[in-house]
Design a protein around this ligand. Structure first.
Ligand code: DPN
Ligand code: CA
Ligand code: ZN
Length: 317
């Protein structure tokens, strides 16, 4: 937990005002500011996250029903996310690559400030499979990371570490975009990344609450958040290395992430713990045409989006 510097955040100003009232101090004779704990992560409005999903759905609908690598729907998705970040004051970079004879894109967004020798990254793949709009897989992670980045800008959060957000292309073709990004980094730049957080499928309609069992400090941060909500988590076992954290991990970067389940079946014990339907897949529409805006559990999306922000705030202060 960090101690605040006066004038650093709205929360500080509020606490200072309360201190003044309580202490009966008068203007001009204000007491030396007491260090107060701040850096509380914001509550991410799930309505904002859902609004991004609605836009991604519209993009898919207008472009042959998908947002897949090399298709118009993918480029339109990238353009949508980039425009939001540019307007919010991020420094964005479009990284182009070729896979299966088609052009792909990663979008990298840096929040100005912080120690660039200690970079905290959060990322999600933005491409869908060709069979559907990919709203849970992975509009959900993409929208949560986008809304967290926008919350950083709204709060004018100035953490000690440097924040970088990423949206990967061609994950569905074998982690192509994230591998390309990691391979294109100089060794010295790789070593500057203190942690990479991955969010791939976090609004599954019959949700589980899975935390990647990887870097202990990152894992603990997510567990802490869920303990605070009184919700049990389980270790992610559906497929270690099946998403964009894998290339980072291979390069020696500490990784972690969240997952609400894909085509595995929810057990009776899991349904007792989390609700939902036992004997049914966490996401029965995984990689299917029914992965639309109807394929989202709002509560899971809300909790996981808040957990993204919590981890970004906690790990970067
Ligand atoms: N990588 C995912 C996909 O895009 O299909 C799904 C997934 C994520 C599966 C994490 C297992 C673990
Ligand atoms: Ca929320
Ligand atoms: Zn996916």
């Amino acid at each position: 937990m960090k101690l605040s510097v006066p004038g650093r955040a709205t929360a500080t100003a509020v606490v200072a005002a309360v201190t003044l009232l309580a202490g009966g101090s008068i203007a001009g004779a204000a007491p030396a500011p007491e260090p107060v704990a701040i850096a509380a992560a914001p509550d991410i409005p799930v309505a904002n996250v859902k609004a991004h999903l609605t836009q991604l759905q519209s993009i898919a609908t207008a472009n042959g029903g998908n947002r897949a690598h090399g298709r118009a729907g993918y480029k339109a998705s990238i353009d949508y996310v980039k425009a939001k970040l540019d307007a919010a004051g991020f420094t964005t970079t479009l990284q182009q690559f070729t896979s299966s004879g088609r052009t792909g894109y990663n979008l990298i967004a840096d929040w100005p400030g912080g120690d660039t020798g200690q970079v905290i990254m959060a990322g999600s793949h933005l491409d869908s499979v060709t069979s559907g709009a990919g709203i849970n897989d992975n509009g959900s992670g993409s929208a949560a990371v986008l809304e967290t980045a926008l919350a950083v800008a709204r709060a004018d959060y100035q953490p000690t570490k440097h924040l970088r957000f990423a949206w990967w292309g061609a994950e569905e073709l074998g982690l192509v975009g994230s591998k390309y990004y990691v391979n294109s980094l100089a060794t010295s730049d790789r070593s500057r990344i203190s942690g990479y957080l991955n969010f791939d499928m976090i609004g599954s309609p019959n949700p589980g609450y899975f935390v990647y069992d990887d870097d202990p400090a990152i894992e603990k941060t997510f567990q802490e958040y869920y303990t605070g909500l009184g919700i049990a988590t389980e270790i992610e076992t559906e497929g270690d290395g099946r998403s964009d954290h894998a290339p980072f991990k291979s390069a020696g970067v500490p990784v972690g992430g969240l997952f609400s389940g894909a085509d595995y079946i929810k057990t009776a014990a899991q349904a007792a713990e989390w609700g939902g339907t036992a004997g049914k897949a966490f996401d029965a529409c995984y990689h299917s045409s029914c992965d639309t805006t109807a394929n989202i559990d709002d509560t899971a999306l809300d909790r996981n989006s808040d957990a993204v922000a919590y981890a970004v705030w906690e790990l970067s202060e």
